[in-house]
Design a protein around this ligand. Structure first.
Ligand SMILES: *Cc1c(COP(=O)(O)O)cnc(C)c1O
Length: 363
């Protein structure tokens, strides 16, 4: 048996190919009607109509930081326990990531540590829902509101996760989703920013397209700010529209496998599962266990045909972020004990039982 850790989900050929062929030969492949439709339908899926599409999640994050008012020299409180795009976007905005520590039981930012790291230079709090486990948004929002500092949620792992009964994408000023190849939903590459305030949308549209207001005649428009080439196109948006037809099933299958592991693995001595707030539903992009002798468990699973890994290097170890170094005992603990195991839509009932049986045999 071989159980992969990641798998790309592409819609069935008969759903995707006629639409793709139609758009490719339509004479309109740039940003047009399909992009508008995808933004509207994605907004309905997450329950927030204030959507801005991008050609990557990183571009969406960079734009979110600009909309949040982050400028060169500012500080952004962030987590090192993430994929590199999270913190590269902070650097793209010219700002310095300030590491807050994480909860050793799920790798998400600790609200207490965020509160301790706020300075007069702090312009945003960047929160990752690591592996799909929602961070403690209620307490993070309290800190944000007390200090008047906006929150940007990196929900690249958390499409379909819930917090206090609402989809991720409805709590903070900005939430970013990624449609990179191995996320819950892919458009090959792409991203979406959902905003709390609809007044951010016109500025966001200018930032993502050279600073140009597309509603104005092109040769009359005055460009007043630096903009980027960050927009989505009709071809990738068409893939996104086709993906939306099966995304509910994909997410539900991740969640069903995740709950199975929650039940079964929590009974195995020596296996610690991730904690989450009582009113949160994780999206289980990956399933993370914490154990002693993690590398031995990894070897044991690999020998049994089960792919597993840490997936991400803690970002504070990269020389490019050397200036941000800080003591992070919670992260030291989490990073030395964590391992991701397969949990996605492709993992069958038989395979997930096999994974549990392998872990139960010991390592
Ligand atoms: C995938 C990912 C992103 C965005 O990546 P893109 O490839 O630019 O879409 C951002 N943050 C995290 C944590 C990710 O895993």
């Amino acid at each position: 048996m071989h159980v992969p850790l990641f798998k790309v989900h592409v819609p069935p050929r008969e759903v995707l190919m006629p639409r793709l062929e139609a758009v490719l030969y339509s004479g309109q492949i740039g940003e047009g009607e399909a992009v508008k439709k995808f933004e509207a339908e994605f907004g309905r899926f997450v329950g927030n109509p204030n959507t801005l599409s991008f050609n990557s999640g990183t571009a969406a994050l960079h734009t979110a930081l600009i909309l949040a008012g982050v400028q060169p020299g500012d500080e952004v409180i962030s987590t090192p326990m993430t994929a590199e795009p999270t913190n590269m976007a902070v650097r793209h905005a010219g700002a310095k990531p300030i590491w807050a520590d994480v909860d050793p039981l799920n790798g998400n930012l600790s609200p207490e540590s965020i509160a301790e790291k706020i300075t007069p230079k702090t312009k945003a709090i960047l929160v990752v829902h690591y592996a799909g486990v929602p961070a403690s948004i209620r307490r993070i929002r309290e800190i944000s509101e007390k200090h008047g500092i906006p929150v940007v949620e990196d929900a690249a792992h958390a499409l379909g996760a819930l917090y206090e009964g609402k989809n991720i994408g409805n709590h903070s000023e900005y939430t970013m989703f990624s449609f990179q190849a191995i996320k819950h939903m892919t458009t090959v590459d792409g991203g979406m920013l959902v905003c709390k305030n609809p007044e951010d949308l016109p500025t966001g549209r200018r930032v993502r397209w050279f600073g140009i207001d597309r509603a104005q005649p092109r040769i009359k428009v005055d460009i007043r700010e630096v903009g980027y080439k960050y927009h989505m196109n009709d071809v990738t948006a068409t893939i996104g529209l086709a993906q939306l037809q099966s995304i509910r099933w994909v997410i539900d299958r991740h969640i069903d496998n995740g709950r199975f592991y929650d039940r079964e693995l929590s009974r195995i001595p020596g296996v610690q599962i991730c904690r989450h707030d009582a009113d949160a539903t994780p999206a289980y992009w990956l399933y993370t266990v914490m154990v002693d002798r993690r590398d031995d468990l990894a070897r044991h699973l690999t020998e049994s045909g089960i792919d597993c890994s840490q997936a991400h290097r803690r970002n504070d170890q990269h020389p490019v972020f050397a200036e941000s170094r800080a003591d992070l005992p919670g992260l030291d603990c989490f990073f030395s004990r964590m391992l991701h195991i397969p949990c996605g839509w492709w993992v069958t009932d038989e395979q997930r039982q096999y994974v549990v049986d392998c872990i139960r045999r010991g390592w």
